[in-house]
Design a protein. Structure first.
Length: 89
């Protein structure tokens, strides 16, 4: 008898709306946005979103090289550290 209780709970949850319904108007816009303003807004959005990801993709090889060099340095430090412990160097 869990199903009728769950059904009743779901039905009451759907009856009351949490968010108000959007006001859709079939009228023209109150303010006209010029083509210049639209261009500026779209350019700003594209630069803001695509700029950082483009930078990362353009420098991906540099990041890979730094990572490989860092691993080589870590391995080199580990080997010199073991040489110091053994007393040879």
């Amino acid at each position: 008898m869990v199903l009728p209780a769950a059904s009743r709970l779901l039905r009451t949850a759907l009856r009351f709306r949490v968010a108000p319904v959007a006001n859709v108007a079939s009228k023209p816009a109150k303010e006209n946005i010029s083509a210049r303003d639209q261009t500026i807004a779209m350019t700003t959005m594209f630069i803001t979103i695509l700029g950082p990801s483009g930078w990362i993709l353009a420098h991906l090889e540099d990041y890979k090289k730094k990572r490989v060099e860092g691993k080589m340095k870590d391995e080199g430090q580990a080997s010199t550290g073991s040489d110091r412990k053994s007393g040879t160097a």
